[in-house]
Design a protein around this ligand. Structure first.
Ligand code: ADP
Ligand code: ZN
Length: 643
């Protein structure tokens, strides 16, 4: 057994403890003062009347106040006080009435000061108690609100290496330099190597940016400090800047080291973005960060790394040469990358013989590293729950769907009629998705509720496409609207079930017209989309009115036209396959889940060969799209889609 207590550990009284005790003392004194017998406050005239009637006694006459006992309405003697007035005759009157009195020196100012000081002590104590005390739990000193909450990892505990990061070989390659430098800064410089101070990793959440940064520290065997930028932006102005300073100080003491700042955009957004967006806490923090960045030499053996999924909103000052000047993209993994990531994580669980990670990778397009880690984890939990020896392929399938749509909600009770509506709605999506030429393959359709969805059609996109054609987007609109169309055709009544579909439809249609220049009437125009993630009023105002009223009207018309024609097309596809559609609905109601193979059987289609299967190819002219750079600024991972 280990005994961690040191035998002679001395008690160290911290500032915090002193403040705490003072506060308790102050509180006690104040309470005690309040608890003295209640003194009635008499007007001076009443007091004089009582003197005349000899109804007061035991007076203490101080320069500002007279106190003592008086006879109240009940005829009882009770304490009183009154504010003293200029009254030279008072002493004579008291003597005449034979009232006992004594004088008191003026020390009320002392009392007042003491009283006020006690209040201040109490308030400080309270403040310390509320805001600062919780941070003591990490065992550091008490007054550490200006300390950064950064976590430090010793090189000795550093266990993550490049082996643990799968599938981002390009990013790893770019980081090799950084590792070489951290391993031996002096040698690196002697050989003339010039190093960036700051490395910015950008990519969608969960693609492994934090993991990569940790692995760099692990490979180089240096200390790793990590902090989330949002931690810097706290309630009190100035705290963020102080924390940044402290973080760098700590790292310098432990150099060579890596400082990793997560979610850099939380402090690093463009300044002067809004009205009055001048001197806020975030900006002070950003300024401090810039100062620190400029202030340290790479000689000191510190590399700053940061991650963001919005590199486009960062303040240009941050990404200037000499600051975060090396930008490394960490994209969502491709098929091979996904398989490798799955392999890394599958090491921790026991896989059954029927699990082929290649197949799992194929079934998870658009998944990032974090999702894949999650799939393996969920599958392992499911296997354990079912008391299985190893994770089966069925566990994997269920885990994938869990990650996409949340856990099944079999217990949700849905009426027979509603089930019919849901089935028709989903089959509408399914049949149109299957019968349009430019859509992703339908994986399955189900009316088992999961997560927020009452039922869904699952489409898995084909691998690695960087361009989306107009035909594909038109098909997508049609598929999205097909749920609503089916409801109308079958029941002559529409429901709220399509609201999410309608929102998506609107977003896609707008994007086509306004951003992608895919409207016939307007031609190849792109208007400022305004999606720079800023919510400040200033930007909105300045963006207003970059195009004419007339153009605005045409845009609206074009969006409407797109949506209406897509809806009509969806209805037409369903109506012209009504027999197969009805059969699909009945099968779905009976079995709750229908997979791709059965869908094809019911629709009388040959699997996969989509081209010859289409009813009447709605011919669209193939439209060439502006090639979007694969390294898109705003990474938009292709995801499996639910309707
Ligand atoms: P980010 O910082 O990009 O949001 P993280 O690095 O925090 O993502 O990734 C979260 C988790 O996902 C990691 O802890 C790891 O388990 C898993 N993961 C992500 N990317 C990878 C990868 N390329 N290889 C292995 N695991 C990964
Ligand atoms: Zn729907």
């Amino acid at each position: 057994m280990k005994n961690n207590k040191r035998p002679n550990s001395r008690r160290i009284i911290s500032v915090g403890q002193i403040v705490g005790w003072l506060a308790i003392f102050a509180l006690a004194v104040l309470l005690f003062n309040k608890q003295g017998p209640k003194q009635a406050e008499l007007d001076y005239s009443d007091f004089k009347n009582k003197v005349a009637a000899a109804e007061v006694s035991d007076l203490t006459v101080a320069p500002g106040v007279i106190s003592g006992m008086y006879k109240n309405q009940d005829g009882q003697f009770a304490p009183f006080k009154t504010v003293r007035m200029e009254d030279p005759d008072l002493v004579n009157q008291l003597s005449a009435a034979k009232i006992k009195y004594k004088a008191e020196k003026d020390n009320s100012w002392l009392g007042n000061i003491l009283f006020n000081v006690l209040w201040i002590v109490l308030l400080i104590g309270l403040w310390w108690f509320i805001f600062l005390r919780p941070q003591r739990s990490d065992g550091k000193s008490a007054l550490n609100f200006a300390r950064s909450k950064a976590k430090m990892q010793d090189p000795s505990q550093q266990t993550v290496t490049f082996k643990d990061v799968a599938g981002c070989d390009e990013a790893k390659e770019e980081l090799e330099d950084v590792i070489k430098f951290l391993k031996n800064p002096k040698k690196f410089q002697r050989l003339g190597g010039k190093l960036p101070k700051g490395v910015l990793l950008y990519g969608a959440p969960g693609t492994g940016k934090t993991l990569l940064a940790k692995a760099v520290a692990g490979e180089a065997g240096v200390a790793f400090f990590s902090a989330s930028a949002s931690e810097f932006v706290e309630m009190f102005v100035g705290v963020g800047a102080a924390r940044v300073r402290d973080l760098f100080d700590q790292a310098k003491k432990n150099s060579p080291a890596i400082i990793f700042i997560d979610e850099l955009d939380a402090v690093g957004r463009r300044r002067f973005a809004g009205i009055g967006g001048g001197h806020d806490e975030r900006e002070q923090t950003l300024n401090q960060l810039l100062i620190e960045l400029d202030g340290f030499e790479s000689k000191q053996g510190i590399i700053l790394m940061a991650s963001t999924n919005r590199p486009d909103v960062l303040d240009p000052a941050l990404i200037r040469p000499g600051r975060f000047d090396r930008h490394i993209s960490v994209p969502a993994p491709d098929l091979k990358g996904r398989e490798e990531i799955l392999k890394v994580h599958a090491k921790k669980v026991k896989l059954g013989a029927d699990v082929d990670l290649k197949v799992v990778a194929k079934g998870t397009p658009g998944f990032v590293g974090a999702d894949l880690a999650n799939v393996i984890n969920e599958a392992a939990i499911l296997a354990a729950r079912a008391d299985e020896e190893a994770v089966t392929s069925a566990d994997m399938d269920e885990a994938i769907e869990r990650v996409i749509a949340g856990p099944q909600k079999k217990s949700r009770i849905i009426s027979k009629h509603e089930q019919r509506v849901i089935a028709a709605h989903e089959c509408g999506h399914t049949i149109v998705a299957r019968l349009t030429n430019h859509s992703d393959p339908v994986h399955k359709v189900t009316i088992i509720p999961r997560g927020q969805a009452l039922g869904y059609t699952l489409q898995l996109p084909l691998e690695d496409k960087f361009l989306t054609s107009k035909s594909e987007l038109l098909d997508k609109l049609c598929i999205l609207l097909a749920g609503r169309a089916a409801e109308e055709i079958v029941f002559g009544e529409i429901t709220s079930g399509a609201s999410d579909d309608l929102n998506k439809t609107m977003a896609y249609a707008r994007k086509m017209v306004v951003e992608l220049g895919m409207s016939d009437k307007l031609g190849p125009i792109a208007l400022p989309n305004g999606d720079d993630g800023e919510v400040f009023l200033g930007r909105d105002l300045s963006r207003h009115k970059t195009y004419s009223e007339e153009l605005a009207r045409t845009i609206d018309e074009e969006i409407l036209t797109l949506i209406k024609s897509s809806y009509a097309r969806a209805k037409e596809i369903i109506s012209s396959h009504r027999v197969a559609f009805d059969k699909l609905v009945e099968t779905l109601l009976a079995k709750e889940v229908v997979d791709a193979k059965e869908i094809d059987e019911i629709l009388g289609l040959k699997p996969v060969a989509k081209e010859d299967a289409s009813p009447k190819p709605a011919e669209q002219e193939p439209v060439k799209e502006e090639p979007k750079a694969p390294k898109a600024e705003k990474p938009e991972a292709k995801q499996a889609e639910l309707f």
